[in-house]
Design a protein around this ligand. Structure first.
Ligand code: HEM
Length: 160
């Protein structure tokens, strides 16, 4: 394939296919749950990294939450952005910073369907961190009835 765009080289550590080891979800208003997820970060030589997050039920393997989007980097900085659309109608822009192989970011813009279900997602925050062959993601959210609280915690192993 094409060479990774010069501007995206600081993010090369996130590239590849990742499969979950253990995914757990929780939130004060719901029952704890387990999930599995396949994640891919890839590029076509442009100054962005495309990504997808496909979660499934751990037993039935039935598809659950899905997200697709792009990672961008502000040139000559440690500033990272992610642009994501979710199958449940949420679309979001998050920005934050990268330190080593860790990115912390939170949404500054979030859109939803006029006919989306309650509660409304108000803010999303994520942490990605790589340690060896393991990538970890932690997702927190604020909704119309719950302050910012962790929703997801998952580790992935690099498969490609
Ligand atoms: C529930 C948002 C990712 C599984 C919820 C709720 C919201 C939400 C707003 C309802 C909470 C309440 O009733 O107070 C999000 C957002 C996500 C996300 C913004 C991504 C940033 C995921 C993922 C899974 C998942 C990856 C994995 C399977 C669930 C489940 C529930 C739930 C099982 C409880 C049952 C239900 O309401 O469908 N989520 N979610 N979510 N989420 Fe997520």
């Amino acid at each position: 394939g094409p060479e990774l765009h010069e501007m995206m080289k600081p993010l090369s550590w996130i590239l590849g296919k990742w499969k979950s080891l253990n995914g757990e979800g929780h939130f004060p208003t719901i029952k704890d749950f387990a999930y599995i997820e396949e994640v891919e970060f890839f590029h076509v030589g442009q100054p962005n990294i495309q990504c997808c997050f496909y979660s499934s039920h751990p037993e039935s393997k039935k598809p659950m939450h899905r997200e697709v989007g792009f990672l961008r980097l502000k040139p000559n900085s440690d500033q990272v952005a992610i642009i994501l659309s979710h199958n449940n109608g949420v679309c979001e822009l998050e920005e934050g910073h990268m330190v080593g192989q860790e990115i912390k970011m939170e949404s500054h813009t979030l859109g939803r369907l006029t006919f989306g279900k309650e509660p409304k997602t108000k803010k999303i925050a994520r942490v990605f961190r790589r340690d060896g062959d393991i990538l970890e993601q932690v997702v927190s959210m604020e909704t119309s009835n719950t302050p910012m609280t962790e929703h997801l915690r998952i580790k992935y192993k690099k498969v490609e």
